[in-house]
Write a protein that binds this ligand. Structure first.
Ligand SMILES: Cc1ncc(COP(=O)(O)O)c(C=O)c1O
Length: 364
């Protein structure tokens, strides 16, 4: 087996032992707290990792796009599309998924109900529906509980749709894990009042679906939650480590890059720029600058980028790289890095063990 240092760069490499540990930890957490794990595939976009999640007890998968759902239908027969099924083409594609697959969608508007109901009727298949509530992220989701209840009632009047539950995404909670308590409490009490109102309307949701990587390990503290949908946890990234939702040793995916120039003082240039790393800032509060940092030297950040150049800031390190050295960059936001690449190389220690395609990348 060859060493990773012989790979052509830039290329994303995955530490297989770290990946397995991340998968195991979340599966054990879900089991311990009697929560259904429905991981979001947007992070890995790979049937191979989806299968590993299902083998460890995931009840199904979460997808964002019809293409993700189509690709994952080869390995999974229970898929939630946590994205509004709006537009005839999108709705038809979803309804055309294998009829043996249990399809669930999340939505927040009567128009979306009509679109997916029409497609479901045309395809003659049941579709389960979660009503999405905005519990603080302010992206999608009904703003008031009575609106959510009216939507659930509307869904009930639209066979073959079936009202199954409510969904929310706590993407607004991105501070350090030990500073999240007040936001988690507010979220929990919003959930309690929403669920009480559903109960009073005789519409008790069978599923309450939430969860994210920054809040992963506190999901069981949220009132009524039955299902969690973390995505980033498989690989983790610089942001996840900075907020304490994982350790530095849990960052499983890095971008392998070669130092191509040290001509400018206090700087080394690597062959990974925006087309490898994306231009993703750190998310969360006081988490750091730059567009990534080195696995072995976290104090060395990618200060700026062109498309094929990443400028490493050497001003606060004693490390002196040479042209031709290879380095591993921990990206700020790993999901974007995966999306920018066609394949991933799996490493066992320093040895190249395997590769796999990022089969559901792109928006086809
Ligand atoms: C609707 C929804 N659910 C779950 C997730 C997973 O979140 P994370 O990557 O923080 O685990 C996302 C991420 O964007 C999302 O949009």
């Amino acid at each position: 087996m060859s060493s990773f240092t012989e790979l052509e760069t830039p290329v994303p490499v995955v530490d297989l032992d770290r990946l397995a540990r991340n998968l195991d930890r979340a599966a054990a957490y879900a089991t311990e707290h009697h929560l259904s794990l429905r991981p979001h595939v947007k992070t890995h976009k790979s049937p191979r990792i989806a299968s590993a999640q299902l083998r460890r007890g995931a009840v199904g998968l979460t997808c964002a796009t019809p293409f993700e759902a189509e690709v994952m239908s080869a390995v999974c027969d229970d898929i939630l599309v946590a994205y509004p099924p709006v537009g005839a083409v999108r709705a038809r594609r979803l309804a055309a998924l294998p009829e043996t697959l249990k399809l669930t969608v999340a939505l927040d508007a009567p128009e979306a109900v009509e679109h997916i109901a029409t497609a479901a009727r045309d395809a003659d298949r049941p579709v389960s529906v979660y009503v999405e509530l905005d519990l603080g992220m302010h992206r999608v989701g009904t703003q008031r509980v009575d609106e959510a209840i009216a939507l659930a009632q509307r869904i009930r009047e639209c066979p073959p749709l079936e009202f199954e539950g409510i969904a929310f995404y706590p993407g607004h909670i991105r501070s350090g894990v030990d500073q999240q308590a007040a936001q988690l409490e507010a979220l929990s009490s919003a959930l309690r009042s929403a669920l009480d109102a559903f109960e009073r309307a005789d519409l008790r949701p069978a599923v309450v679906s939430g969860g994210s990587t920054p809040t992963l390990w506190h999901t069981h503290e949220l009132y009524g939650v039955t299902e969690l949908r973390p995505g980033t946890y498989v690989y983790n990234d610089r942001t996840t480590a900075a907020i304490g939702a994982c350790g530095w040793d849990d960052c499983a995916l890095t971008v392998l890059a070669t130092v191509v120039s040290t001509a400018v003082p206090n700087q080394a240039v690597i062959d990974a720029g925006t087309k490898s790393l994306g231009r993703e800032p750190m998310r969360g509060t006081d988490t750091g600058d730059g567009f990534g940092c080195l696995l072995e030297h976290p104090d060395v950040i990618v200060r700026s980028m062109s498309e094929e150049h990443g400028m490493l800031d050497l001003s606060s390190t004693a490390w002196q790289p040479h042209v031709g050295d290879v380095v591993r960059v921990v990206p700020n936001h790993v999901c974007i890095v995966v999306h920018l690449n066609d394949l991933v190389v799996g490493l066992r220690g320093d040895a190249v063990e395997t590769t796999w395609p990022i089969a559901a990348r792109g928006r086809r």
